[in-house]
Design a protein around this ligand. Sequence first.
Ligand code: C2E
Ligand code: CA
Ligand code: CA
Length: 537
Amino acid sequence: MLCEILSSTYKVLEAENGQEALDVLEEYGEEISLILLDIVMPVMDGYTFLSHMKANSNYSSIPVIVATQSDREADEVAALSHGATDFVSKPYKPQIILHRVASIIHLRETSAMMHRVQYDRLTGLYSKEFFYHSANNILKQHPDQEYDMVCSDIENFKLINDVFGMPAGDQLLCRVADVYREIVGEQGICCHLNADQFVCLIEREHWEYTDDLFKKVDDQIRSMTNMKNVTMKWGIYHIKDRSLLAEQMFDRAFMAARSIWGQYGKHFLTYNDDMHNKLVREQAITGVMETALEEEQFEVYLQPQYNIKTNSLSGAEALVRWNHPEWGFQSPGEFIPLFEKNGFITKLDQFVWKRACAVLREWDDKGYPPVNISVNVSRADIYNVNLPDILQDIIKEYQISPQRLHLELTESAYTENPSQIIENVGRLRELGFLFEMDDFGSGYSSLNMLYNLPIDVLKLDMEFIRNETAKSVTPGILYFIIQMAHSMNLHVIAEGVETKEQLERLASIDCDYVQGYYFAKPMPCREFDEFLKGIKK
Ligand code: C2E
Ligand code: CA
Ligand code: CA
């Protein structure tokens, strides 16, 4: 009868007794939306069935409606106390049964959906939204309890994913989640934010933060995953300012963690006032950067580059300078990383490229020897699909051939997302632009990758030159890198050349070009003009 009532709206599976029903459950599990159960059955009765199914987490959450003899309160109470969701009494009233079934299924599906939104699929920890929401609530409800926001990320997680594969990466994240669950316990809430980032809100003094604690966590994760090099960096924010949102508290904790990236043996850092001041300063810079560009506070400096063999000027690198009317000279080492973070770098770079082309035009008009200018291209630029158009418009405007504008892209951009970079760089090279790989030797220089990358010039990093030229071993690694670059038809330029010894060493191993304080510091375009005028004479 029930089957008849329901089968026009639902797919109905039938079982003659409790044991059969358990077999059906085993096969379909949570695909089943609802169970209608008669208590009186042969082989296994309804109550026994209920206790079996409630004990199995694969299907214990499926709602059960028990069919009882009419109006026997004792039956109804017994069913509910065994874990049934609701009951219907015989004789069956089709309309009532249909409504009850529909509303219970709806209720369950909504709560399942809520559950999915609340929990991260991979690790089962709280999802980002739910974590922030809960954290804000907890902080509001317990104004007198002190809390910390603690976060972590895994050093070189991308590399781990590349080397061991995504499933192993996922495994690792699940183990990190286990560790969080274990050490946070009932004293807080944890969340898998995204990728390799985790965060928890935890009662103060639940943990004593020591290098030892975090070292143990690393060891634990290493032994659980068999990945010997996994290292986590932790950031802690002792929540002082309760007016902040949980998101901002995380930002502070993360800022602390980020500041120890790459520092061997450092496991955690607590957010402090210096970081706070840095944040305030970053906000101040962000507030004035647009105006600074409009008011021409930025100026392009040029640093000469020389051909070692002919001992002659070959070009220049354009480096931006910022002279703020009140703050004075600002270091690019500080504002460039910030602009890369907030996206303003794309605007500033375009300004520099334009100035560089304007300068080239001016020189050509004056009849100076045709030198090149190298400009920096940041990673945000290279992912911009309009970059070829932008660059072409600029060189057209100033009637410069693309070979005169060398584009410097840092090595780390190449190693981060090689396939996309290869594609975009390839398109620009087809248009005639030349590419230099900047800072080679500063990061994960992959010699193997060098073969696949579309580049024209290898620019050796300053630190690399400094270290290598200080060694007495000959011929040394620099020699082999230069040989290899030449065998691939790449030119090599060394930056940051500061001494005569460095220059001689580089000349002896066949380096093509040099740039550095030994020759000249970056200078305003006017001054560089004097240089060129001298050569022309
Ligand atoms: P970079 O591209 O590696 O530029 C070389 C840096 O080394 C410049 O610092 C330059 O002044 C400095 N330098 C050159 N020769 C020597 C030397 O012999 N010894 C020492 N100690 N330093 C030398 P700067 O101008 O402070 O720029 C720092 C970084 O800021 C640049 O590193 C580059 O990554 C970025 N940058 C500068 N201008 C721009 C720009 O217009 N756009 C973009 N995207 N980045 C820029
Ligand atoms: Ca550069
Ligand atoms: Ca460089």
